[in-house]
Design a binder for this molecule. Structure first.
Ligand code: OOG
Ligand code: NI
Length: 477
């Protein structure tokens, strides 16, 4: 008989970052559903509408099944946090690296009158995105945009006194940085520790008077400065029919924002459409001068849904930006959602100028596609076939092309989500004052350019497809 094995003596298995990210997104989802019951209701509504959409559209079901997307359909695709200092941004980059999430895209939200700039920490490789696409939209407060100097200094002092990561989180980050991975026990402990950073605290670190001063400077400043850490402020599952969820929310007792952000409904979805329910007012214990506490409220947490379409080339993006700006210039949704109907019909009308078939989008180089050889192409190609140019290969049926999904965010949409949860649906357009360099200095790394990533996926797919065709043609003489 073999001696019993002591499980402690077996070196624990190494865990891939994609796996740790999945543990993390599940833990975040469970925590958020427990903390924000209305979010749980939204997830149930999304699950119901996704099931109904699939029942009506067997072809879509087949595609999702083939891509292995069916069982994780309604799981969260992203969340968002807001940080107070460059040091916090620096450390969060290190924390997210353990989860296989890296900074992609720079977003200047000052255009919407929100004093932050942001990036998205997300998986970058195709395979990592397929395994679990969870990302975190991460904003850094820009104290320099607070006009009142005394208040700016006070906010900076308060922030300098907090430490948003536990010492153990940072120790495990160091283990990961030194060794390149974590074992199972370390990974589980890491997720438990990091979760604490994003937990809600119903007790503030400041007095009600300080909170209100910050709040009147900008509601968002109070949301960041008055608390011990960057509570997760929303999570976002994927929906197959965002219009149906928007319409369905009120019957489930959920109040949606006035309009869906992004492009209108189309045959060929582009970029990203998003909507959210309005943040809830929650009770907070503020510090009192006498050492006790006083009760007040704060509004921060909400739920969002998203539906993604094809990534656009710079040319496609320029057309999108131009059409969207023209609608927003002419129809402005008011603080209580007035003119939302006009906005939607105008959006649909003006986007008729945006081609809406996959072949037009490709022919006009408006969107990115992934190319692959067709079975017929592989079967019929011979050594004598001289490979023509790409468009000709598509026209002759050697290659097929599929949309590359947009994995990033949209600054105007993000601003609309922020605004709606800062208590107003009013659309505002401000001058931009971006400062990517300062953001990257805090981050301690360069932010990847999302367009470069899509262009590379497309280019690699072309190279790979051509290599497969050449190989199928057999050896050349
Ligand atoms: C982030 C809002 C932006 C999105 O999906 O565009 C966002 C925030 O409110 O902190 O999450
Ligand atoms: Ni969001």
């Amino acid at each position: 008989m073999n001696a019993p094995v002591n499980p402690r003596s077996i070196p624990s298995q190494k865990v891939h970052s994609d796996e740790i990210r999945s543990l993390f997104s599940i833990a975040m989802s469970n925590m958020y559903r427990a903390e924000v019951p209305q979010y749980g209701a939204l997830v149930d509504l999304v699950t119901e509408i996704n099931a109904a959409t699939l029942a009506k559209d067997p072809e879509l079901e087949q595609i999702l099944r083939r891509n292995g997307e069916l069982d994780r359909l309604s799981v969260e695709r992203h969340g968002a946090v807001r940080l107070g200092t460059p040091e916090e941004l620096f450390n969060i980059r290190r924390v997210f690296a353990v989860l296989g999430m890296h900074p992609v895209g720079y977003y200047d939200l000052s255009v919407a009158g929100v004093p932050v700039h942001s990036t998205a920490f997300r998986p970058v490789e195709n395979e990592a995105l397929r395994r679990n696409p969870f990302r975190v939209f991460t904003s850094l407060l820009r104290l320099e945009l607070i006009e009142d100097e005394a208040l700016r200094k006070e906010a900076a002092r308060i922030l300098s006194e907090r430490q948003i990561f536990s010492p153990r989180t940072l120790e495990l980050v160091e283990v990961f940085e030194a060794e390149g991975d974590l074992d199972q026990d370390q990974a589980e402990e890491f997720v438990r520790e990091v979760l604490e950073t994003f937990r809600w605290h119903s007790d503030a670190t400041v007095t009600l008077a300080t909170h209100l001063k910050l709040h009147y400077a900008h509601r968002l400043i109070a949301d960041v400065v008055s608390f011990r850490g960057p509570h997760i402020n929303h999570l976002t599952p994927r929906t197959l029919d965002i219009d149906a969820v928007q319409v369905g929310m009120p019957t489930w007792g959920i109040t949606p924002k006035a309009v869906i952000e992004g492009p209108p409904r189309r045959n060929c979805p582009i970029l990203l459409r998003q909507t959210s329910f309005k943040a809830l007012e929650e009770r907070i214990e503020f510090k009192a001068e006498d050492g006790g506490s006083v009760e007040g409220t704060h509004t921060a947490r909400f739920g969002e849904i998203e539906q993604r379409g094809v990534a656009l080339t710079p040319r496609g993006r320029a057309l999108y930006d131009e059409l969207l700006a023209s609608v927003r210039r002419d129809v402005q949704v008011g603080a209580t959602g007035s003119r939302a109907g006009d906005y939607e019909s105008e959006l649909a009308e003006r986007f008729k100028a945006f081609p809406d078939s996959w072949s037009d989008l490709r022919d006009q180089r408006l969107a990115y596609f992934r190319y692959s050889p067709t079975p017929e192409g592989l079967a019929t190609i011979t050594r004598e076939t001289i490979l023509p140019a790409l468009d000709e290969l598509v026209a002759r049926g050697y290659l097929r092309f599929d949309p590359i999904i947009y994995e990033d965010f949209l600054p105007v949409s993000a601003a609309g989500i922020f605004q709606s949860n800062l208590g107003t649906d009013e659309q505002q357009n401000y001058a931009e004052s971006s400062n990517r360099q300062a953001f990257e200095e805090g981050l301690g790394a360069k932010i990847a350019n999302e367009l470069d990533l899509y262009a590379k996926v497309q280019q690699d797919s072309i190279a790979d497809a051509l290599a497969q065709l050449r190989e199928a043609a057999g050896p050349t003489q």
